[in-house]
Design a protein around this ligand. Sequence first.
Ligand SMILES: Nc1nc2c(ncn2[C@@H]2O[C@H](COP(=O)(O)OP(=O)(O)O)[C@@H](O)[C@H]2O)c(=O)[nH]1
Ligand SMILES: [Mg+2]
Length: 256
Amino acid sequence: MNYFIGTAGSGKSTLTGEIKEYVVNRNPEISAITLNLDPGVRVMPYTPDIDIRDYIVLEEIMDEYTLGPNGGLILASDLMVNYLDDLKDEIDEYNPDWIFVDTAGQLELFAFRETGPLIASTLGFGDIQRSVSFLFDSNFVLRPNGFISTLLLAASVQFRFQKIPLINILSKTDLIDDNQIDMIINWSQDFQALADSTNEREKGLIRELSMLISEVFVQMGSTSELVPCSVREERGLDFLFGHLQRVFDNDESKFY
Ligand SMILES: Nc1nc2c(ncn2[C@@H]2O[C@H](COP(=O)(O)OP(=O)(O)O)[C@@H](O)[C@H]2O)c(=O)[nH]1
Ligand SMILES: [Mg+2]
């Protein structure tokens, strides 16, 4: 069971749909399903097998509690916990090997409120192993300061989902060139390189702050490597699938 989490537009929904298709086409013996946990989404790039919108309708919540779209979304996300048993029953009916979970467009709705970690611990039952994939949007991480702010978000997501292995994904790599991909992956593995690039490319207060933050990451040691991925390029999904398999194969802790 893999949760895709990331900033709005980082490619969670697209990846959820594509990785399921990829897994099923590659190995028809694996049963994989998609679960949509974004109650506010209108247009989806795939048809989810299980959908929170069958239980929660954003417009009804906005009407009932006289809320605008933002308040409605927050309440809709919080109300998801009332339907955990229903979601579990639906998952049980499928009895899948893999579940790819798509989360709310705005990551704080899932990651920073109580709901997300609670759902992840409740739905991780039986034989289901879990992972969280955090998406680094290629558009935003080309500069050291964008990379560092995304890294801080990933670190706080890790902090919230402590016992679940975190996979960092560099999404939409078709939008940048191979040198840029290498540079960003290098930053994720060698924070000294990140500190050096920061020193070269940022200025003023941003540079000072970025240097301080990269220092902290240097001292913490390297976090998990960044897995390059693009739904437009076959090898992207191949990498991700291989990586997910390694995480699950090596995961002896089985936290349920
Ligand atoms: N070029 C490119 N665009 C992508 C990729 N993945 C997603 N997108 C686009 O990015 C936009 C946001 O994607 P979406 O999956 O809705 O993001 P979400 O808000 O994180 O669920 C859409 O226009 C997608 O078509 C990718 O690998 N490459
Ligand atoms: Mg989405």
